[in-house]
Design a protein around this ligand. Structure first.
Ligand code: KQY
Length: 368
């Protein structure tokens, strides 16, 4: 595999926005029994529904362990879905996969970040994570994409969103957490992001969503919907622990010009629930020391913002919640040219994330 010594910015590459044309979406088969209840069987059904929904719009590749290969291959024998053997520690390819970058002459490369399972031995979610750490490099090798591998830098794809025009949104709660890159100051983190993704302006939201076990990934809280416009998870209820978080984020978003000098338009998306796992759902998860325990008293970080943009479609989670219809209507209003498809997201949420966290789009670089 070719590892480049330069940086994407120096070579004329940048991270495109999610709405840029894509060649495929990557997913990784969920199976670890200390994260997914009942040996992963309910979430595997939800994962198949998700892969099918995406495959209506573009090809999907699902990476699967040797142990689950036969099962996944048989169940995913569906149009537009490719299955490849790929070891991992869990299914969160948004975070373990590469961040693809493109240039103006039709080339695609990848940034292969360091990964420490959302905090290593200081609040991380499981150990070991060595198979997860290899996922990005393996995907790039399968795709014959040259890779950049920034040294000594931990980053998960779910902790950033870009507009493709020079601005990146992230959260202080995650990127400035001492369990990610404690050896770097904010300015140094900004420099790495600037070089690796070719962004000029970083908008720092103080927090992500309450109880998000990733330490507040932005992809569960706020995302770009087009240049100059974002969608923010929102509550008007001062009793909701998200109230302060949402209002603090709105304040930053309305007062930080982007790289093009624009003041952002902020759309609001209600937060479902509050949602909780049932005792039965928690009891279905294996207890393993060092892995996140599940308890019915702990509010789940459910969010409609955790959706994926594909070619012509928006794939968003539903939660059997009274707000599902409103969320779908908001997405359809914001994306009038896309078909909004709601996919059951509860089983995905029980594992600690949702659709955006479980997918990684691969951009198609059209020659200009
Ligand atoms: O949401 C994500 N990006 C990852 C969540 C990991 C949860 C592991 N239990």
């Amino acid at each position: 595999m070719t590892t480049l010594n330069s940086t994407p910015r120096a070579d004329g590459f940048h991270m495109p926005a999610e709405w840029a044309p894509q060649t495929q979406v990557w997913m990784v088969w969920p199976e670890r029994p200390d994260n997914w209840r009942l040996g992963g069987k309910p979430v595997q059904a939800a994962h198949i529904a998700l892969a099918k929904a995406i495959a209506r719009f573009e090809p999907v590749t699902v990476g699967v362990s040797a142990a689950q290969y036969d099962n996944a291959r048989a169940r995913l024998d569906l149009p537009n879905i490719r299955v490849v053997e790929l070891s991992s520690d869990d299914a969160w390819v948004r975070d373990t996969g590469p961040t693809f970058v493109i240039n103006d002459s039709g080339e695609v490369r990848g940034v292969n970040w360091g990964f420490n399972a959302w905090g290593g031995f200081d609040g991380g979610l499981y150990a070991p994570w060595n198979r997860d750490e290899q996922v990005g490099g393996k995907i790039l090798e399968i795709e014959r994409c040259p890779r950049y591998a920034p040294e000594d830098f931990i980053l998960e794809g779910g902790s950033i969103h870009v507009d493709g025009e020079g601005t990146l949104i992230t959260t202080e709660e995650c990127l400035l957490n001492r369990n990610r890159n404690p050896h770097l100051f904010r300015k140094e983190i900004e420099q790495v992001l600037g070089e690796q993704l070719a962004v000029d302006t970083i908008i720092w939201l103080p927090h992500g969503l309450y109880n998000d076990e990733t330490d507040g990934h932005v992809d569960n809280f706020c995302c770009y919907v087009r240049p100059g416009e974002v969608l923010l998870a929102w509550t008007d209820d001062p009793q909701d622990p998200n109230y302060e978080r949402c209002h603090a984020a709105l304040n930053v978003l309305q007062n930080t010009p982007d790289a093009k000098g624009r003041t952002l338009v902020v759309h609001k998306m209600p937060i479902p629930g509050p949602l909780y796992a049932t005792q039965e759902e928690c009891d279905g998860v294996d207890l393993v020391e060092g892995t996140q325990e599940r308890h019915p008293s702990v509010r789940l970080a459910g969010s409609y913002v955790n959706f994926l943009i594909v070619n012509g479609g928006i794939i968003a989670p539903s939660f059997d919640d009274p707000l599902d219809a409103e969320a779908e209507a908001i997405l359809q209003r914001i994306f009038p040219e896309h078909e909004v498809v709601m996919v059951p997201g509860r089983e995905l949420l029980l594992g600690g994330g949702n659709i955006h966290c479980l997918t990684q789009q691969q951009p198609a670089a059209a020659s200009r």
